[in-house]
Write a protein that binds this ligand. Sequence first.
Ligand SMILES: Cc1ncc(COP(=O)(O)O)c(C=O)c1O
Length: 402
Amino acid sequence: MLNERLDLLADYPFSRLANLIAGLSPRSNETPVVMSVGDPQHQPPAFATEILGANADKWNAYPPLQGTAELRQAIVGWLERRYRLAGGTIDFETQIAPVAGTREGLFIVALLAVSRAKNGATPVALMPNPFYQVYYGAAVMAGAEPVFLTTTRETGFLPDLDAIPADTLARTAIFYLCTPGNPQGAIATREYIAKAIGLAREHDFLLVLDECYAELYYGDAPPPGGTEVAHAMGRGPKGHPLDNVVCMHTLSKRSSAAGMRSGFALGSPATIQALNRLRSYSCAATPIPIQMASAALWRDEAHAIQTRALYKAKFESARRHLGGMAGFRAPEGGMFLWLDVGDGEVATKKLWAETGIKVLPGAYLTKNERDGSNTGKPFVRVALVHDLETVDRALARIAKVL
Ligand SMILES: Cc1ncc(COP(=O)(O)O)c(C=O)c1O
C-alpha cells in the first residue's frame, strides 16, 4: 500500500544519533548541552511576536497562498538591499513565493523540476555530499536518481563543477547547491555561482540555491547570491535573468524564528507561477499574522546585524578553545563547526559520556562513496546555536575531552 520509494529514505541523522548514544549516560554532573541540531536557541526580536499577538483576530481566515503584497514587497526590499540590486530589478507580483520554511520549498521544487525522463533516461538530482537531508528526500520521492558530489577540503568544501560527467549533466533535472553550506560553512564565489548557472542553462535543469545561511557570514563582505549573479549575467534562454534558477531564503536563521516556518522562493515569473500552482494542490499557506510578522522581520536590519555579531563572537570563542586542534577550521558562514576528530562516532560517544555534550557524527550527513568510504566519517558537526556563554562553556568542555 505504501509508496516503495519511502524505503529509500534512510533513518534521519537524529534517529541514528539517538541509537548511537542510547544506553550511555553522561558521567559528568554538568548540564547536558545539545549541539547536534541547528535550531537557534535565541529569541526572534520582540516586535515579531508582538505583531503575532496584535493580529490574533486574523486566524479565522484562509491565508493567501501567494503571500500578501506587504510580505512580498518587504522581501523584495530586503533582496535589493542585501544584493545591492537597483530598485525594480525584482517584481514582487510575479517572482516571490512564500514557503512554509525552506524545507518545504526545497522539497516541493523537486516535483516541479523532475519529469518522468530527461533525454530519454532517469532524471538526476545533483547534490553536495555531505548534504541537507531534504534534498535527498525530495529527489527520491520525485523519482530522480540522487547523485552526490563529493565536497572535501580538496574541493574547497563545494562540489567540483568540472568533475561532473557529461552524461550525468545530460540527465540532470535539478541541482541543489547550498551557500554558505551546511555543514562546512563554505561560501561559493560569484564565478562559481555563475558557472553553476551556466551549466543549468546549458543542460536545461533547475539550479536550486539554498541560501538559508546568507545572513550568517563572518568575513567582511556578504556572500554573493544567485540573485545578483543571475542578474549580472543578463537574460537566460527563456528571456529572464532567473531562468533555470531558484533561490531559497528563510527567517529561521536570520531572525532566529525557525518556529514561524517562514521563508521564500525567488525565481522567474514562469517558475514562481508553476510553484504556486503546485503549492495550491499540496502545501499549507503561511497564516496571515505570520506573514505580517515576517514582513516586519525582512524590513528590519538591526536584529540581523546583532544576530550575525553574536554568531561571530561564538566562532571567535571556538577559535580560542579549539583553534589549536589539528582538525579545527573556522567556517566562512553558517552556524556549524565541522571538526575533524579522526572518527566522528567515537568522538560523539566520548563527548556525550564524558561531558554531556551532544554533537552529530559527520558520517550521518554523508553518503558513502562508491568504494564504501565515507568522507564525513572523520568529522563531527557542532551547532553553535545557544547563547554565547553556554557555547563558550560547552566549547571549553569539548576542548578538554578532545
Ligand atoms: C541547509 C539547510 N537548508 C534548509 C534548511 C531549512 O530551514 P527552514 O525550513 O527552517 O527554512 C535548513 C535547516 O536547518 C538547512 O540547514
